[in-house]
Structure formats: structure tokens, C-alpha cells
Design a protein around this ligand. Sequence first.
Ligand code: G4P
Length: 290
Amino acid sequence: MSEIQNIQWFPGHMTRTRRQIEKSLKQVDIVAEILDARVPLSSRNPVLKSIINNKPKVVLLNKCDLADAAQTAKWVNYYKENKITAIPIDAKSGKGLNQLMPACKEVLSEQIAAWNRKGMVGRPIRIMIVGIPNVGKSSLINRMCKGGKNGKAEVQDRPGVTRQNRWFTIGKGFELLDTPGVLWPKFDDKLVGEKLAFTGAVRDEVVDIEALASRLLEEVTKLYPNAVNDRFQTGLENITEMEGYDILCAIGKKRGMLISGGEINTERAAYTVLDEFRAAKLGRITLDQI
Ligand code: G4P
């Protein structure tokens, strides 16, 4: 899995990204950090805290339709204990998104009271989405903007806002910056890199697909001992002690994935395992457990 560790962002790119986000941050009141509910730790960018400084934040645990509901509830609680509001959402269907605006209001209650005292009653709350690639930022923005008039996003141009940045009115008194902050993922830990690759945050073309699927099978079996057998009906009795590659071969054999000479087509089996995991066909699985 060394390939994953070798995918590093160039320092120059990181600096540019950071500056762009810092510039956009000046225009917003609150940041919505979007994480993948299946890997809430691994999908975090460790330097976000220093980028957003003291800007208020809410956390969105996206793709909760694919994650283990009990684990998601534990993560929400973990954030609550750390005085951060976390909301499980499914940006694809829109589930949970109605909680975003009330949560922002709650987090900004002191700021809103201060605006009111200064006569700025009804000043809109401006929100910006940040997150690593593939976590669901565009899906979320598209979903939120469907609330606009005639099912379309209401766009406003405002002086002083860079030309590419536009504001969507997403509800009474709320505006969303159209461009999300794209954060770089953390690859310096092997397992974090692997988990990002399992969930599709790293393009499959840049990894060894069979090694990746084998590692996924090991990790899933460790946390959910019955999930693989239930899905693939391999009948393996000692699956929790097996090497991932051997489980992969058993799956290929069971599914009749053979190449000439009767050899198992492990590449096809690997794509099947990854596709079915990502579609939650092995069940709703959380790989960062709490
Ligand atoms: P990004 O802007 O952060 O890079 O992510 P984007 O919205 O493009 O979403 C990446 C993929 O994740 C998309 O799938 C999208 O449909 C899917 N996705 C986003 N939010 C959710 C969610 O809450 N639940 C589920 N199940 N999927 C979600 P894709 O395969 O790239 O495209 P498509 O399936 O939409 O065609």
C-alpha cells in the first residue's frame, strides 16, 4: 500500500489552497466541515483547525446512509462532548439537511444577538462548506440550493466578492458560498490512506486494486465478522484469521470469476468487493470506530 503513502500534495499547492480558503473565510460567519460518516477520523484534514482559526464550525457526517447508524450516533455524541455540533446527513437524498440552518443559528446565537444590538436585525448568516475530495461537497451544495425559487438556486452578486464566488440563498436569512474549500487529505498514516482509498476518496487507478480489496476484506472482517460471509456466501469458517488475499480468492471462486486455465480473476473480484462495499451491500459499515 506504499502507493497511497506516495500520493502527496505539493507544498506549493497546499499553500495556495490554504490561502484561497483563508480568503473565502473572511466572507463567512461559519464553516460546515463535511466528513465521511464511514471514516470520520480519516476524512478529517488535520490542519483545518489552524486554517479556520477561531471561526465557528459545525460538522456534517455525510453519507450516513452508508455508515453504521450506532457508530454515527456515537460520533455525534463524541462531538457533543467536545462542544461541537455534528449532524448526520445524506447529501444525496437530502436527509438531515434541515438541521443545518437551526444548528448554525444556535452556534452563532451570541453573534446574532450582537448584530441585533447594533441594529443589524436579519443580517444573513453566511456559510462555507469545506472538506476533502469526494466527501460530498458538491452534492451538498446542489441539494441545499434546490430550496431556491422555482427549484433553482438563487444567486446573488455582491461587491467585494471575488468574481468566481457567488452566494446562494438557501433559506430565509442564510447564504451559502458556491465554492467549497477543497482540503487535502492526510496520507502520512498508512491505515488512514487505506481507509480513504476503500471509500473512494483516492482514485482506484493509482492503487494496487487487489492489495486494496484484500486489506478492505481484513478490516471489514475485523470489525464486522459476519459481513463478508453474509454477502458472498463463501462459507469460510475461520475468516477472521485469514489473509485478505485468500478471502478475495474465495470470493472470486464463489462468484465464478475465472480466467483461462481455471485461474481466479482476482482483479475482477477486487473491483466487485470495492464496488459492493462502497454501495453498502456488505451492510452499513463504519471503519473509524469509537
Ligand atoms: P465532492 O464535491 O466533495 O468531491 O463530492 P461529490 O459531491 O462529487 O460526491 C462524491 C460522490 O459521493 C458522488 O458519487 C456522490 O453522489 C456521492 N455522495 C455524496 N453524498 C452522498 C451521500 O450522502 N450518500 C451517498 N450514498 N453518496 C453520496 P459518484 O459515484 O461520484 O457520482 P454519482 O453516484 O452521483 O453519479
